[in-house]
Design a binder for this molecule. Sequence first.
Ligand code: CTP
Ligand code: MG
Length: 236
Amino acid sequence: MGTTDAGLWCVVPAAGRGSRFGGEVPKQYLPLHGKPLLLQTLDRLAAHPQIAGLMVPLAADDRLWPGISTCAGKPVATTTGGANRSDSVLAGLRALRGKIRDGAFVLVHDAARPCVLEQDIAWLIELGIPAGGALLAAPLRDTLKRADGSNRVDVTEPRQGRWRALTPQLFRLGDLVSALESAQAAGIEATDESMAMERMGHRPLLVEGAESNIKVTTPADLALAEFILARQQACA
Ligand code: CTP
Ligand code: MG
């Protein structure tokens, strides 16, 4: 059976503290274009025809989760995340294990990326399944410098062939659990799913995605996300 026909589950890690953003309220609950940032992201994912359900790892002390169990008619489940992003993703994947088979593909998408485009998710799935695993990414556009200890330029690095990893990322559930567990056991913090899979010998496909799929990290990013969402709505 085609995994695509049944739809894919998406793990949406939302258990971060937003320490670079600052403030009392974690960034995923700040208002963005009329609703909390996290709900913008979940609505966008749930509206996608190829997404079957959402698994949301939340911080153990989260008091702001609205308690929804569906979104655009798709099931929404939650679980308790961990200290690092990869711990939260792993918790979400483990919670999916009873629901879907290990060979099924799953998506992982940062709660903090509310502007992801429907078309990019579709491309990722279409190209990523035959490739055995993939991630949205953007080729580097700026000139890249390597600094010494006092912020003097040591060398200009070649930009060619360098990409910034975005999300969603697409892998098989069982393989991704094993890869994240292996990284954890080795004391390596995988900052994205691809990194954990690369350690296991996989060569994930880079699928070029829109630069507008920003991760809200600072207050300036939130303002930019507001602008991007307003533009996307105006152009829809
Ligand atoms: N995340 C998570 N569990 C963690 C850390 C991060 O689920 N222990 C999630 C965040 O909620 C976010 C995504 O992973 O949706 C990307 O992380 P990042 O942008 O770094 O968010 P924070 O970790 O919250 O921010 P900061 O690093 O500034 O503290
Ligand atoms: Mg973080």
